[in-house]
Design a protein around this ligand. Structure first.
Ligand code: UDX
Length: 433
Protein backbone atom coordinates (compact mmCIF):
# COMPACT_ATOMS: atom_id res chain seq x y z
CA UNK A 1 0.00 0.00 0.00
CA UNK A 2 1.03 3.63 -0.35
CA UNK A 3 1.51 5.04 3.12
CA UNK A 4 2.60 8.35 4.60
CA UNK A 5 3.82 8.75 8.17
CA UNK A 6 3.52 12.30 9.42
CA UNK A 7 5.94 13.04 12.24
CA UNK A 8 9.28 11.21 12.21
CA UNK A 9 10.20 11.30 15.89
CA UNK A 10 10.57 8.12 17.87
CA UNK A 11 7.20 6.66 16.98
CA UNK A 12 7.09 7.89 13.39
CA UNK A 13 10.61 6.90 12.38
CA UNK A 14 10.10 3.39 13.73
CA UNK A 15 6.63 3.09 12.24
CA UNK A 16 7.69 4.31 8.79
CA UNK A 17 10.65 1.91 8.73
CA UNK A 18 8.53 -1.01 9.93
CA UNK A 19 5.80 -0.33 7.34
CA UNK A 20 8.46 -0.32 4.60
CA UNK A 21 9.90 -3.53 6.03
CA UNK A 22 6.43 -5.07 5.57
CA UNK A 23 6.66 -4.19 1.87
CA UNK A 24 4.59 -1.01 1.77
CA UNK A 25 5.63 2.06 -0.18
CA UNK A 26 6.23 4.69 2.50
CA UNK A 27 6.98 8.39 2.70
CA UNK A 28 7.94 9.89 6.07
CA UNK A 29 7.11 13.57 6.56
CA UNK A 30 8.59 15.87 9.19
CA UNK A 31 8.99 19.61 9.57
CA UNK A 32 12.60 19.23 10.79
CA UNK A 33 14.93 19.18 7.74
CA UNK A 34 17.88 17.84 9.78
CA UNK A 35 15.84 14.84 10.88
CA UNK A 36 14.64 14.24 7.33
CA UNK A 37 18.20 14.39 6.00
CA UNK A 38 19.50 11.89 8.57
CA UNK A 39 16.63 9.46 7.99
CA UNK A 40 16.88 9.75 4.19
CA UNK A 41 20.56 8.85 4.50
CA UNK A 42 19.51 5.74 6.45
CA UNK A 43 20.70 7.05 9.84
CA UNK A 44 18.26 6.96 12.79
CA UNK A 45 18.46 10.22 14.80
CA UNK A 46 18.30 8.19 18.05
CA UNK A 47 19.43 4.82 19.36
CA UNK A 48 16.99 1.96 18.96
CA UNK A 49 18.18 -1.63 18.52
CA UNK A 50 17.41 -3.01 15.05
CA UNK A 51 16.17 0.27 13.60
CA UNK A 52 19.34 1.21 11.71
CA UNK A 53 19.20 -2.09 9.77
CA UNK A 54 15.60 -1.84 8.57
CA UNK A 55 15.86 1.89 7.90
CA UNK A 56 19.01 1.46 5.81
CA UNK A 57 17.61 -1.42 3.77
CA UNK A 58 14.27 0.31 3.11
CA UNK A 59 15.83 3.63 2.09
CA UNK A 60 18.31 1.81 -0.17
CA UNK A 61 15.54 0.02 -2.04
CA UNK A 62 13.50 3.22 -2.40
CA UNK A 63 10.51 1.72 -0.55
CA UNK A 64 11.01 4.38 2.10
CA UNK A 65 11.51 8.07 1.34
CA UNK A 66 11.48 11.15 3.55
CA UNK A 67 10.36 14.67 2.83
CA UNK A 68 9.74 17.96 4.61
CA UNK A 69 6.94 18.76 2.15
CA UNK A 70 3.51 17.43 3.10
CA UNK A 71 2.48 17.57 -0.58
CA UNK A 72 4.70 14.53 -1.06
CA UNK A 73 2.14 12.57 0.96
CA UNK A 74 -0.62 13.32 -1.55
CA UNK A 75 -0.79 9.95 -3.31
CA UNK A 76 -0.84 7.88 -0.13
CA UNK A 77 -3.89 5.76 0.61
CA UNK A 78 -3.19 5.75 4.35
CA UNK A 79 -1.72 8.62 6.39
CA UNK A 80 -0.44 7.85 9.86
CA UNK A 81 -0.30 10.74 12.33
CA UNK A 82 2.68 10.04 14.56
CA UNK A 83 3.51 13.43 16.02
CA UNK A 84 4.27 14.06 19.68
CA UNK A 85 1.80 15.09 22.37
CA UNK A 86 4.13 16.56 25.00
CA UNK A 87 3.05 17.84 28.38
CA UNK A 88 1.88 21.45 28.07
CA UNK A 89 4.29 24.07 29.39
CA UNK A 90 1.83 25.44 31.95
CA UNK A 91 -0.23 22.42 33.03
CA UNK A 92 -0.41 18.62 33.20
CA UNK A 93 -2.55 18.44 30.06
CA UNK A 94 -1.28 17.17 26.71
CA UNK A 95 -0.29 19.80 24.17
CA UNK A 96 -2.22 18.93 21.00
CA UNK A 97 -0.65 21.61 18.84
CA UNK A 98 1.33 19.13 16.72
CA UNK A 99 -1.59 16.75 16.22
CA UNK A 100 -3.86 19.57 15.09
CA UNK A 101 -1.18 21.05 12.83
CA UNK A 102 -0.40 17.69 11.19
CA UNK A 103 -4.10 16.98 10.67
CA UNK A 104 -4.80 20.39 9.13
CA UNK A 105 -1.70 20.08 6.93
CA UNK A 106 -2.62 16.72 5.44
CA UNK A 107 -6.33 17.28 4.87
CA UNK A 108 -5.94 19.41 1.70
CA UNK A 109 -3.83 16.61 0.17
CA UNK A 110 -6.16 13.68 0.81
CA UNK A 111 -6.92 11.52 -2.21
CA UNK A 112 -10.43 10.14 -2.77
CA UNK A 113 -11.17 7.54 -0.05
CA UNK A 114 -7.94 8.19 1.87
CA UNK A 115 -7.62 7.10 5.47
CA UNK A 116 -6.08 9.11 8.30
CA UNK A 117 -4.80 6.88 11.10
CA UNK A 118 -4.02 8.53 14.43
CA UNK A 119 -1.22 6.82 16.35
CA UNK A 120 -0.29 9.58 18.79
CA UNK A 121 -1.38 9.28 22.44
CA UNK A 122 -4.19 11.80 22.82
CA UNK A 123 -6.73 12.84 25.43
CA UNK A 124 -10.00 10.95 25.00
CA UNK A 125 -12.31 12.95 22.74
CA UNK A 126 -9.62 14.08 20.30
CA UNK A 127 -10.42 11.54 17.58
CA UNK A 128 -14.12 12.36 17.69
CA UNK A 129 -13.31 16.05 17.34
CA UNK A 130 -10.98 15.42 14.37
CA UNK A 131 -13.52 13.10 12.73
CA UNK A 132 -16.10 15.88 12.94
CA UNK A 133 -13.70 18.27 11.28
CA UNK A 134 -12.84 15.72 8.58
CA UNK A 135 -16.52 15.27 7.78
CA UNK A 136 -16.69 19.00 7.09
CA UNK A 137 -13.44 19.39 5.17
CA UNK A 138 -13.03 16.10 3.30
CA UNK A 139 -16.14 13.92 3.61
CA UNK A 140 -14.68 11.38 1.16
CA UNK A 141 -11.92 10.51 3.65
CA UNK A 142 -12.13 8.70 7.00
CA UNK A 143 -10.33 8.53 10.31
CA UNK A 144 -9.22 5.64 12.53
CA UNK A 145 -7.56 5.86 15.94
CA UNK A 146 -4.97 3.12 16.20
CA UNK A 147 -2.89 3.57 19.36
CA UNK A 148 0.68 2.39 19.50
CA UNK A 149 2.05 0.34 22.38
CA UNK A 150 5.71 0.14 21.46
CA UNK A 151 8.38 0.08 24.15
CA UNK A 152 11.67 1.85 23.61
CA UNK A 153 14.41 -0.70 23.15
CA UNK A 154 11.92 -3.15 21.57
CA UNK A 155 10.22 -0.69 19.26
CA UNK A 156 10.93 -2.50 15.98
CA UNK A 157 9.73 -5.86 17.25
CA UNK A 158 6.71 -4.32 18.97
CA UNK A 159 5.71 -2.63 15.70
CA UNK A 160 6.26 -5.65 13.45
CA UNK A 161 4.80 -8.14 15.94
CA UNK A 162 2.37 -6.19 18.13
CA UNK A 163 0.62 -8.08 20.92
CA UNK A 164 -2.70 -6.53 19.90
CA UNK A 165 -4.14 -4.16 17.32
CA UNK A 166 -6.73 -1.63 18.41
CA UNK A 167 -8.83 0.28 15.88
CA UNK A 168 -11.15 3.05 16.95
CA UNK A 169 -13.38 3.52 13.91
CA UNK A 170 -16.26 5.59 12.63
CA UNK A 171 -17.10 3.19 9.77
CA UNK A 172 -16.37 -0.41 8.71
CA UNK A 173 -14.55 0.50 5.53
CA UNK A 174 -11.75 2.09 7.55
CA UNK A 175 -11.13 -1.16 9.42
CA UNK A 176 -10.78 -3.17 6.22
CA UNK A 177 -8.22 -0.72 4.81
CA UNK A 178 -6.16 -0.89 8.00
CA UNK A 179 -6.37 -4.69 7.87
CA UNK A 180 -4.49 -4.56 4.58
CA UNK A 181 -1.75 -2.46 6.18
CA UNK A 182 -1.37 -4.95 9.05
CA UNK A 183 -2.04 -8.09 7.01
CA UNK A 184 1.12 -9.83 8.19
CA UNK A 185 0.30 -9.37 11.87
CA UNK A 186 -3.34 -10.33 11.37
CA UNK A 187 -2.39 -13.50 9.51
CA UNK A 188 -0.01 -14.31 12.36
CA UNK A 189 -3.04 -14.30 14.67
CA UNK A 190 -2.56 -10.95 16.42
CA UNK A 191 -5.73 -10.12 18.37
CA UNK A 192 -7.58 -7.19 16.82
CA UNK A 193 -10.07 -5.09 18.73
CA UNK A 194 -12.35 -2.89 16.64
CA UNK A 195 -14.14 -0.32 18.73
CA UNK A 196 -15.23 3.32 18.91
CA UNK A 197 -12.88 6.29 19.02
CA UNK A 198 -13.15 7.00 22.74
CA UNK A 199 -12.44 3.39 23.74
CA UNK A 200 -9.42 3.19 21.44
CA UNK A 201 -7.98 6.38 22.88
CA UNK A 202 -8.63 5.14 26.40
CA UNK A 203 -7.00 1.74 25.78
CA UNK A 204 -3.67 3.48 25.37
CA UNK A 205 -3.80 5.72 28.42
CA UNK A 206 -5.45 3.04 30.55
CA UNK A 207 -2.65 0.60 29.71
CA UNK A 208 0.03 3.14 30.59
CA UNK A 209 -1.81 4.16 33.77
CA UNK A 210 -2.01 0.50 34.80
CA UNK A 211 1.69 -0.09 34.18
CA UNK A 212 2.64 3.07 36.07
CA UNK A 213 0.38 2.03 38.95
CA UNK A 214 1.97 -1.39 39.06
CA UNK A 215 5.43 0.12 39.36
CA UNK A 216 4.36 2.63 42.00
CA UNK A 217 2.57 -0.12 43.89
CA UNK A 218 5.75 -2.12 44.28
CA UNK A 219 7.70 1.03 45.07
CA UNK A 220 5.21 1.82 47.84
CA UNK A 221 5.78 -1.72 49.14
CA UNK A 222 9.51 -1.03 49.05
CA UNK A 223 8.99 1.88 51.44
CA UNK A 224 7.17 -0.40 53.84
CA UNK A 225 9.86 -3.05 53.35
CA UNK A 226 12.52 -0.49 54.29
CA UNK A 227 10.61 0.38 57.45
CA UNK A 228 10.24 -3.26 58.49
CA UNK A 229 13.36 -5.05 57.27
CA UNK A 230 11.41 -6.97 54.63
CA UNK A 231 12.77 -7.65 51.15
CA UNK A 232 10.69 -6.17 48.32
CA UNK A 233 12.37 -8.39 45.70
CA UNK A 234 11.28 -11.59 47.44
CA UNK A 235 7.87 -10.02 47.99
CA UNK A 236 7.55 -9.25 44.25
CA UNK A 237 8.64 -12.78 43.35
CA UNK A 238 6.08 -14.25 45.69
CA UNK A 239 3.09 -12.12 44.72
CA UNK A 240 4.15 -12.33 41.06
CA UNK A 241 3.51 -16.09 41.09
CA UNK A 242 -0.17 -15.30 41.34
CA UNK A 243 -1.10 -15.27 37.65
CA UNK A 244 -3.66 -12.55 38.33
CA UNK A 245 -0.82 -10.28 39.45
CA UNK A 246 2.17 -11.43 37.36
CA UNK A 247 5.83 -10.68 38.02
CA UNK A 248 6.47 -8.19 35.19
CA UNK A 249 6.58 -4.47 36.03
CA UNK A 250 7.03 -5.27 39.70
CA UNK A 251 10.65 -4.16 39.93
CA UNK A 252 11.13 -1.63 42.70
CA UNK A 253 13.79 1.01 42.25
CA UNK A 254 14.17 4.64 41.27
CA UNK A 255 10.90 4.43 39.37
CA UNK A 256 9.57 5.13 35.91
CA UNK A 257 10.54 7.87 33.52
CA UNK A 258 10.74 8.39 29.78
CA UNK A 259 8.64 10.19 27.22
CA UNK A 260 5.42 8.26 27.93
CA UNK A 261 4.41 7.00 31.35
CA UNK A 262 4.96 10.20 33.39
CA UNK A 263 3.34 12.58 30.93
CA UNK A 264 0.56 10.16 30.01
CA UNK A 265 -0.66 9.69 33.58
CA UNK A 266 -0.59 13.45 34.13
CA UNK A 267 -2.47 14.18 30.92
CA UNK A 268 -5.00 11.46 31.77
CA UNK A 269 -5.61 13.03 35.17
CA UNK A 270 -5.99 16.47 33.59
CA UNK A 271 -8.47 15.09 31.05
CA UNK A 272 -10.52 13.39 33.77
CA UNK A 273 -10.74 16.72 35.58
CA UNK A 274 -11.95 18.42 32.40
CA UNK A 275 -14.61 15.73 32.16
CA UNK A 276 -15.69 16.42 35.75
CA UNK A 277 -14.36 12.99 36.81
CA UNK A 278 -11.15 14.03 38.51
CA UNK A 279 -11.94 11.87 41.53
CA UNK A 280 -11.91 8.72 39.42
CA UNK A 281 -8.24 9.21 38.63
CA UNK A 282 -7.15 10.92 41.85
CA UNK A 283 -5.07 7.82 42.62
CA UNK A 284 -2.84 8.59 39.63
CA UNK A 285 -1.59 11.69 41.46
CA UNK A 286 -0.44 9.36 44.21
CA UNK A 287 1.16 7.06 41.61
CA UNK A 288 3.10 10.07 40.32
CA UNK A 289 4.04 11.21 43.84
CA UNK A 290 5.29 7.75 44.88
CA UNK A 291 7.31 7.61 41.70
CA UNK A 292 9.00 10.97 42.24
CA UNK A 293 9.68 10.07 45.89
CA UNK A 294 11.78 7.11 44.74
CA UNK A 295 14.33 9.48 43.25
CA UNK A 296 14.55 11.33 46.53
CA UNK A 297 14.95 8.03 48.40
CA UNK A 298 17.95 7.14 46.25
CA UNK A 299 19.49 10.53 46.99
CA UNK A 300 18.80 10.10 50.71
CA UNK A 301 20.45 6.67 50.62
CA UNK A 302 23.51 8.24 49.02
CA UNK A 303 23.70 10.90 51.71
CA UNK A 304 23.31 8.27 54.43
CA UNK A 305 25.96 6.04 52.84
CA UNK A 306 28.41 8.94 53.03
CA UNK A 307 27.61 9.63 56.67
CA UNK A 308 25.34 12.61 56.19
CA UNK A 309 26.98 14.64 53.43
CA UNK A 310 27.92 14.09 49.81
CA UNK A 311 29.71 17.44 49.62
CA UNK A 312 33.00 17.09 47.66
CA UNK A 313 32.55 13.32 47.57
CA UNK A 314 33.23 11.59 44.30
CA UNK A 315 30.13 9.71 43.19
CA UNK A 316 30.06 7.42 40.15
CA UNK A 317 26.54 7.43 38.68
CA UNK A 318 26.01 4.39 36.45
CA UNK A 319 23.35 5.20 33.89
CA UNK A 320 21.61 8.37 32.77
CA UNK A 321 18.89 7.02 30.45
CA UNK A 322 15.40 6.25 31.74
CA UNK A 323 15.94 2.59 30.94
CA UNK A 324 18.51 0.35 29.23
CA UNK A 325 18.67 -0.13 25.44
CA UNK A 326 17.71 3.48 24.89
CA UNK A 327 19.50 6.82 24.62
CA UNK A 328 16.42 8.63 25.92
CA UNK A 329 16.91 10.83 28.98
CA UNK A 330 13.45 12.43 29.01
CA UNK A 331 12.19 12.53 32.60
CA UNK A 332 14.92 10.06 33.49
CA UNK A 333 15.04 9.08 37.16
CA UNK A 334 18.74 8.27 36.72
CA UNK A 335 19.64 11.71 35.46
CA UNK A 336 17.46 13.34 38.09
CA UNK A 337 19.34 11.52 40.85
CA UNK A 338 22.68 12.59 39.35
CA UNK A 339 21.55 16.21 39.12
CA UNK A 340 20.26 16.22 42.70
CA UNK A 341 23.54 14.78 44.01
CA UNK A 342 25.45 17.43 42.09
CA UNK A 343 23.16 20.06 43.61
CA UNK A 344 24.16 18.79 47.06
CA UNK A 345 27.80 19.48 46.25
CA UNK A 346 28.95 16.01 45.16
CA UNK A 347 31.54 15.53 42.42
CA UNK A 348 29.34 13.48 40.13
CA UNK A 349 30.90 11.41 37.35
CA UNK A 350 28.10 10.02 35.23
CA UNK A 351 28.42 7.35 32.58
CA UNK A 352 26.10 5.55 30.19
CA UNK A 353 26.57 3.37 27.10
CA UNK A 354 24.24 5.45 24.90
CA UNK A 355 22.79 8.44 26.72
CA UNK A 356 25.70 10.80 27.39
CA UNK A 357 25.13 13.18 24.47
CA UNK A 358 21.47 13.66 25.32
CA UNK A 359 22.24 14.03 29.02
CA UNK A 360 24.97 16.56 28.41
CA UNK A 361 22.64 18.66 26.24
CA UNK A 362 20.23 18.93 29.17
CA UNK A 363 22.62 19.00 32.11
CA UNK A 364 26.03 20.27 31.06
CA UNK A 365 26.97 20.85 34.72
CA UNK A 366 27.64 17.13 35.25
CA UNK A 367 30.91 15.40 34.34
CA UNK A 368 30.43 12.57 31.88
CA UNK A 369 32.80 9.77 30.91
CA UNK A 370 32.21 7.01 28.40
CA UNK A 371 34.20 4.36 30.21
CA UNK A 372 32.64 2.62 33.20
CA UNK A 373 36.09 1.96 34.67
CA UNK A 374 36.95 5.62 34.45
CA UNK A 375 33.70 6.57 36.20
CA UNK A 376 34.42 4.09 38.99
CA UNK A 377 38.05 5.03 39.51
CA UNK A 378 38.52 6.75 42.87
CA UNK A 379 34.77 6.91 43.62
CA UNK A 380 33.68 7.23 47.25
CA UNK A 381 30.25 5.90 46.30
CA UNK A 382 28.77 4.07 43.32
CA UNK A 383 25.11 4.66 42.42
CA UNK A 384 23.58 2.29 39.84
CA UNK A 385 20.45 3.91 38.42
CA UNK A 386 19.93 2.39 34.95
CA UNK A 387 20.23 -1.38 34.74
CA UNK A 388 22.34 -1.69 31.59
CA UNK A 389 23.65 -5.24 31.14
CA UNK A 390 27.24 -4.12 31.62
CA UNK A 391 26.43 -2.69 35.07
CA UNK A 392 24.48 -5.76 36.11
CA UNK A 393 27.52 -7.82 35.16
CA UNK A 394 30.02 -5.81 37.23
CA UNK A 395 32.24 -8.00 39.30
CA UNK A 396 32.30 -6.82 42.94
CA UNK A 397 35.89 -7.95 43.53
CA UNK A 398 37.27 -6.28 40.44
CA UNK A 399 35.19 -3.14 40.98
CA UNK A 400 36.50 -2.89 44.56
CA UNK A 401 40.03 -2.42 43.18
CA UNK A 402 38.98 0.72 41.27
CA UNK A 403 37.05 2.67 43.88
CA UNK A 404 38.15 4.67 46.91
CA UNK A 405 35.23 3.53 49.08
CA UNK A 406 33.33 0.26 48.80
CA UNK A 407 29.82 1.68 48.98
CA UNK A 408 27.17 0.98 46.39
CA UNK A 409 23.55 1.97 45.98
CA UNK A 410 21.64 -0.36 43.72
CA UNK A 411 18.84 1.90 42.54
CA UNK A 412 17.38 -0.88 40.38
CA UNK A 413 17.78 -3.86 42.74
CA UNK A 414 19.63 -5.84 40.10
CA UNK A 415 22.84 -6.82 41.87
CA UNK A 416 23.50 -9.87 44.02
CA UNK A 417 23.59 -8.20 47.44
CA UNK A 418 25.31 -11.18 49.09
CA UNK A 419 28.10 -11.31 46.52
CA UNK A 420 28.78 -7.59 46.87
CA UNK A 421 28.77 -7.75 50.66
CA UNK A 422 31.06 -10.77 50.57
CA UNK A 423 33.53 -8.66 48.58
CA UNK A 424 33.55 -6.07 51.36
CA UNK A 425 30.97 -3.67 49.98
CA UNK A 426 28.40 -1.73 51.91
CA UNK A 427 25.43 -2.55 49.67
CA UNK A 428 22.08 -0.75 49.79
CA UNK A 429 19.14 -1.53 47.54
CA UNK A 430 15.66 0.01 47.49
CA UNK A 431 13.44 -1.93 49.90
CA UNK A 432 15.99 -4.62 50.50
CA UNK A 433 17.41 -5.29 53.96
C1 UDX B 1 5.95 2.54 27.89
C2 UDX B 1 4.95 1.40 27.72
O1 UDX B 1 5.53 0.20 28.26
C3 UDX B 1 4.61 1.22 26.26
O2 UDX B 1 3.67 0.18 26.10
C4 UDX B 1 4.04 2.53 25.75
O3 UDX B 1 3.73 2.42 24.37
C5 UDX B 1 5.03 3.67 25.97
O4 UDX B 1 5.38 3.73 27.36
P1 UDX B 1 8.57 2.84 27.53
O5 UDX B 1 8.40 4.29 27.87
O6 UDX B 1 9.45 2.46 26.39
O7 UDX B 1 7.15 2.19 27.22
O8 UDX B 1 9.15 2.16 28.84
P2 UDX B 1 8.83 0.92 29.78
O9 UDX B 1 9.59 -0.27 29.37
O10 UDX B 1 7.39 0.77 29.98
O11 UDX B 1 9.49 1.46 31.14
C6 UDX B 1 9.05 2.68 31.70
C7 UDX B 1 9.81 3.02 32.92
O12 UDX B 1 9.41 2.20 34.01
C8 UDX B 1 11.33 2.88 32.84
O13 UDX B 1 11.91 4.02 33.44
C9 UDX B 1 11.60 1.63 33.63
O14 UDX B 1 12.87 1.64 34.20
C10 UDX B 1 10.53 1.70 34.68
N1 UDX B 1 10.17 0.40 35.26
C11 UDX B 1 9.66 -0.59 34.47
C12 UDX B 1 10.33 0.18 36.62
O15 UDX B 1 10.78 1.06 37.37
N2 UDX B 1 9.98 -1.04 37.14
C13 UDX B 1 9.47 -2.03 36.40
O16 UDX B 1 9.16 -3.10 36.95
C14 UDX B 1 9.31 -1.80 35.01
Amino acid sequence: MRISVIGCGYLGAVHASAMAELGHDVVGIDVDPAKIAALAAGRPPFFEPGLAEILASATATGRLRFSADIADAADAEVHFLAVGTPQAADSNAADLRFVDAAFEAVVPHLAEGALIVGKSTVPVGTAGRLAGRLAELAPHASLVWNPEFLREGYAVRDTLEPDRLVYGVGDDHAASVLDQVYRAAIEAGTPRIVTDYATAELVKVAANAFLATKISFINAMSEIADATGADVTALADAIGHDARIGRRFLNAGVGFGGGCLPKDIRAFTARAEELGRGEALAFLREVDAINLRQRQRAVDLAVAALDGSVHRKRIAVLGVTFKPESDDVRDSPALDVAVQLKGLGADVIATDPEGIDNARARHPQLDYVTSTREALRGADLVVLVTEWREYRALDPVETARLVAGRRIIDGRNVLDADAWRAAGWEYRGIGRP
